[in-house]
Design a protein. Structure first.
Length: 260
């Protein structure tokens, strides 16, 4: 059986390279392009199974590897300094790079326009976990994008999908007593232990007693659950899909970890 995707590296106008996988276009004229942006640690390869379903649902799926992750350009020291200091310029750069990625598909891949009833065509831009901050970047301020780039992309951008966004990607501080957080676990005394617990926690399926109420006692405080997406992964799968070095460069220095 043929592999249901191809892999590419796109060089953006600023020289940054983005590695991505692509299911290719269905044999229709009204398909939607779903662009997936992964979160911390787990890269775009953990979404590869989506490619097998793409054409069945009239989708073209493009899964990006964020910067610092396999095949994509690493952040510069300046980028990291801006990110860790919380400077807006960092998000502005991301906004432009995401827009350039979409523009490439419009200009070189004949992306269908959004239908009149907005149910087909165009792009669905999806961020998962911390990747939601990247997906949100182009929506922060239209004046960040050059006018020609904005005018090229805006008519095609049909919807934004935020898949399990952490509160910080929306600009909120976490409420007190809201479940386990490996980045605040005093037992995680070194980065190796931290990211091991992060893998277990992120891949778990939690049963929250009363999450709808918003009360702290309605949130599970388990560190991880017996059922986990990665439980049956091979060492090769984990090595391909989880990049501790990339997570440490971007997530660890920005976290408050006085115990490490």
């Amino acid at each position: 059986m043929a592999q249901p995707y191809t892999e590419h590296t796109l060089k953006l106008p600023d020289g940054v390279e983005i590695r991505y996988t692509d299911s290719g276009a269905p044999q229709t004229v009204d398909y939607t392009t779903l662009v997936v942006i992964h979160g911390t640690g787990f890269n775009g390869y953990c979404f590869l199974k989506l490619h097998e379903l793409a054409h069945k649902y009239n989708l073209r799926i493009a899964i990006m590897n964020r910067r610092d992750y396999h095949g994509s350009t690493m952040f510069s020291d300046e980028d990291l300094a801006d990110m860790h200091a919380g400077r807006r310029i960092f998000q502005d750069r991301l906004a432009t790079q995401v827009a350039w990625f979409l523009q490439h598909f419009i200009e070189h891949e004949s992306t269908p326009t959004v239908s009149a009833d907005r149910t087909s065509g165009g792009f669905l831009l999806m961020g998962w976990s911390s990747g939601c901050s990247v997906a949100l970047a182009p929506f922060a301020d239209r004046d960040v994008l050059p006018s020609a780039l904005y005018d090229a992309v805006e008519p095609y951008l049909r919807s934004l999908v935020l898949y399990d966004p952490p509160v910080h990607t929306l600009g909120y501080l976490p409420p007190a007593g809201t479940g386990y957080d490996p980045f605040k676990d005093p037992e995680c005394t070194n980065p190796d232990m931290l990211f091991k617990m992060f893998q277990l926690w992120t891949a778990s399926y939690f049963s929250h007693p009363d999450i709808a109420s918003g009360a702290p006692q309605g949130i599970s405080v388990e560190k991880y659950t017996p059922k986990r997406t990665t439980k049956d992964w091979t060492e090769e799968q984990m090595a391909r899909c989880f990049e501790k070095a990339a997570a440490a460069r971007s997530a660890l220095p920005a976290s408050v970890l006085p115990h490490i």
